[in-house]
Design a protein around this ligand. Structure first.
Ligand SMILES: [Zn+2]
Length: 428
């Protein structure tokens, strides 16, 4: 026991201090005051190290040890300029991780607003929304202003300064669909807004209030029309575009019903019968998304991209509406495409419609491909492919930030890391 106790004590002494918390800065004409809280984790603290740079993360302007455990630091006669500042705790084991970073602007070093923040994207996990963006291309932001509104361009729900130069922001929100943009602020002025992100949070749970478990027969309409009306609201919230023309839903007993979409969604009761309510909701949204694809000119040169987008939106809608998290669905999808036959065929081969139609599991693989292409950009990234029939590879590169060649390389590497056995039951 004595040995164990001594060992534990020695471990505590050698661990680095954790990051200091809640660093804030206030600036006068030539003075800067920094205040922070001690680390809440890690080893003991003997002093603090203050780092300052002219760019985020930089240390070119200051890198000094305060020599005390005081959690305030005052600097005088500071030159005009932009400073990005963070503080680290120092202990016997060394210097720990940095606090949050603050940006300050001293003196007349700005004369105009920064340019707008760029590439705002949102992701939703349950009721938590995370926004991230890139700093202005020109000028320096010392904080950001977030605006949220219930319709595009409005700020009726929120407008506040984050008080930070951080380019991500997370918050918990209620059920709803809203539109967000971010502006950069410096000591002089506030920039124009970034691009706008459409955010849906736990929205439209009624999408799945339709009784999908009800049996349908050839000729039935009512059940599917209810679902279509709700799916329309989902499209409007996520893609800011719903299907313009009325959609007719027809249910057929077999596949001889004709075309799959073009403002008529044909459902085959043979498929319907083997699906649970999750799969049924997915299939309705898949088919309705095809209608939207037709209206917006989504490229159909690549079978996997065209079908995969519809399939992926069908799955994602269930995450976005809070019906089921995507993680288990994706795990199940991955375990569904690891058979020897499918594994031997690269995703690129599924650009070909004949190959796509003839190969089992192609829809699931295509959905995973779209998931990889969209990455953390959010579903709205798919709208980058709209009106892109003539040159879908260029549209793909601009929507997803990668060439199809580079994307295929990365995707095939990812496929090789997938587990090769199904380890638990699928959720649908
Ligand atoms: Zn389809």
């Amino acid at each position: 026991m004595a040995f164990l106790a001594r060992h534990a004590e020695s471990a505590a002494q050698t661990s680095l201090p954790g990051p200091p918390c809640t660093l804030s800065a206030s600036a006068g004409a030539t003075t800067v005051s920094l205040v922070w809280s001690p680390p809440t984790a890690g080893g003991p603290v003997s002093s603090y190290v203050i780092e300052a740079g002219s760019q985020p993360g930089g240390t070119n302007l200051a890198n000094l040890d305060t020599g005390t455990t005081a959690t305030r630091f005052d600097a005088t006669s500071v030159s005009a300029g932009t400073y990005y500042i963070r503080v680290r705790a120092k202990g016997p084991a060394g210097v720990g991780a940095p606090s949050n970073e603050v940006g300050i602007l001293l003196g007349a070093s700005c004369s105009t607003a920064p340019t707008a923040p760029r590439s705002l994207v949102s992701s939703v996990n349950g009721s938590t929304v995370t926004l991230s963006w890139s700093p202005p291309a020109s000028g320096v932001a010392t904080s950001y202003v977030l605006e949220a509104g219930s319709s595009s361009g409005t700020a009726n729900l929120a407008a506040f300064d984050t008080g930070s130069i951080g380019t991500t922001y997370s918050t918990t929100v209620g059920t709803g669909a809203f539109f967000v943009r971010v502006k950069a602020r410096n000591g002089c002025a506030t920039s124009a807004p970034s691009n706008e992100a459409a955010v849906t949070s736990g929205v439209l749970p009624a999408l799945f209030s339709v009784n999908y478990d009800a049996a349908i027969s050839a000729g039935d309409r009512i059940l599917i029309e209810q679902a279509a009306a709700l799916a329309q609201r989902y499209f409007a919230a996520v893609f800011r575009r719903s299907i313009a023309q009325p959609v007719t839903i027809r249910v057929f007993a077999d596949r001889s019903g004709g075309a799959e979409y073009q403002h008529v969604v044909y459902l085959w009761t043979g498929n319907w019968a083997i699906l649970g309510s999750f799969g049924r909701a997915k299939i309705v949204i898949h088919e309705l998304f095809h209608v939207l694809q037709e209206e917006v000119g989504f490229p159909d040169d690549s079978a996997w991209l065209f079908e995969g987008a519809a399939e992926w939106v069908g799955y994602r809608a269930q995450t976005d509406t809070g019906a089921i998290p995507y993680g288990p669905v994706k795990d199940c999808q991955i375990r569904g495409v690891t058979g020897a036959t499918l594994s031997a065929i690269p995703l690129s081969a599924f650009e070909n419609w004949t190959t796509f139609s003839a190969t089992g599991g192609s829809y699931t693989l295509a959905s995973l491909g779209v998931d990889a292409a969209v990455g953390d950009r959010g579903a709205l990234a798919l709208s980058g492919l709209w009106n892109a029939r003539s040159d879908w590879r260029s549209a793909f590169a601009s929507a997803f930030g990668t060439s199809t060649t580079a994307f295929y390389d990365a995707f095939e590497r990812t496929r090789r890391s997938w587990p090769t056995t199904q380890t638990s039951a699928c959720v649908y």
